[in-house]
Write a protein of this length. Structure first.
Ligand SMILES: Nc1ncnc2c1ncn2[C@@H]1O[C@H](COP(=O)(O)OP(=O)(O)OP(=O)(O)O)[C@@H](O)[C@H]1O
Length: 311
């Protein structure tokens, strides 16, 4: 356990008969950015709330920096900065006043507020009431609060919700900088593309189970390529390809998309079969599976999307 900053052992949570987190064993090392991915309702927030001692697990346990997480462990809060789904703020108070309250509560030095405001690009909103902030800036305030005491561990639930593209880049760079300095970052999202840009490790949770845990490098290796083909007679080409055992779907550009490991290895063979059957391709493209497709494929291989909100 020693080398892990965040460690959970068979962590489980049930509500009535519904098991929402099922024997999740997470291992996160110092300085790692761990991307915790899952569809809506997969169990991400419940796991994060257990890591923060906000919810009692039904069974199993979690440790942060070697200390067991429990509701009464006040020391834990010094180690962890967190932001869970809705960034917490006093709506009638300004950004600065919100941060001041937190600063006094945790006896942090006075300069911390101004520096975190600058860091999160909130200077021009510092005197604005929290209730008048845009969703993206409210999110920044939430992250500012999490960072105020410069904790060694950051737990962020969907931190880029509501941020515009430049805000997403800013937060990404900030998290990378923090991780480079040794902060351990645990970040949940349902958008793999965004997480993959910064995460050094990725865990995929589905129906409460951790179905895959892999490093950035493994993710690259596991991504499969796909073959895209266009012909002049799409309908019959699809039937022909189906008769050969290929699963074909139409993509948004009207091309036929074939995901098949064997076909990828020898795209020329597939093309020559098409030519011989009089379905000569007007376009052939080999494309690497995008991260979103990878995520959905892994989930599909583990029980599929039934009863899920599609992301
Ligand atoms: N207090 C509760 N009582 C009953 N069921 C709950 C409770 N809290 C969460 N759940 C259920 O647990 C499941 C997991 O919820 P959770 O919020 O952990 O998912 P999530 O992965 O964070 O989803 P999202 O991306 O939508 O936030 C959901 O089916 C949810 O309805």
């Amino acid at each position: 356990m020693g080398e892990y900053i965040i460690y959970t052992d068979q962590l489980s949570k049930s509500y009535q008969n519904l098991q929402v987190v099922n024997q999740v064993s997470l291992r996160v090392k110092k300085g790692e950015i761990y991307g915790f991915l899952g569809l809506n309702g997969a169990g991400k927030s419940t796991t994060i709330r257990m890591l923060l001692g906000m919810i009692q697990p039904t069974s199993g346990s979690c440790f942060i920096n070697g200390k067991k997480v429990s509701a009464g462990n006040n020391q834990l809060w010094k180690q962890v900065g967190y932001m869970v789904e809705t960034p917490f703020a006093y709506p009638e108070l300004t950004v600065r006043e919100n941060l001041e309250i937190f600063r006094k509560l945790h006896q942090i030095n006075a300069s911390a507020v101004t520096s975190v405001i600058e860091r999160l690009n909130l200077t021009s909103f510092a005197d604005k009431k929290a209730k008048h902030l845009s969703m993206g800036n409210a999110q920044r305030l939430g992250i500012a609060k999490a960072l105020l005491h410069e904790p060694p561990v950051l737990l962020l639930d969907e931190p880029t919700n509501g941020l515009d593209p430049s805000g997403i880049v800013e937060i990404r760079e900030l998290l990378l900088e923090l991780a480079n300095k040794g902060t351990t970052v645990f970040i949940s999202s349902h958008i793999l593309g965004e997480i993959a840009k910064i995460a050094t490790k990725i865990g995929i949770i589905h129906h409460g189970r951790l179905i895959q845990e892999l490093t950035k490098e493994q993710l690259e290796q596991n991504r499969i390529t796909k073959l895209m083909v266009k012909t002049r007679d799409r309908k019959n080409t699809v039937s022909f390809l189906n008769s050969l055992g290929y699963i074909v779907r139409e993509n948004e550009n009207g091309a036929m998309e074939i995901i098949d490991r064997e076909a990828m290895k020898k795209p020329d063979e597939l093309v020559s079969k098409l030519v011989h059957a009089n379905y000569a391709p007007t376009m052939v493209l080999v494309e690497e599976e995008d991260l979103e497709s990878y995520f959905l494929r892994v989930i599909g291989e583990n029980g599929g999307l039934e009863n899920e909100a599609i992301i």
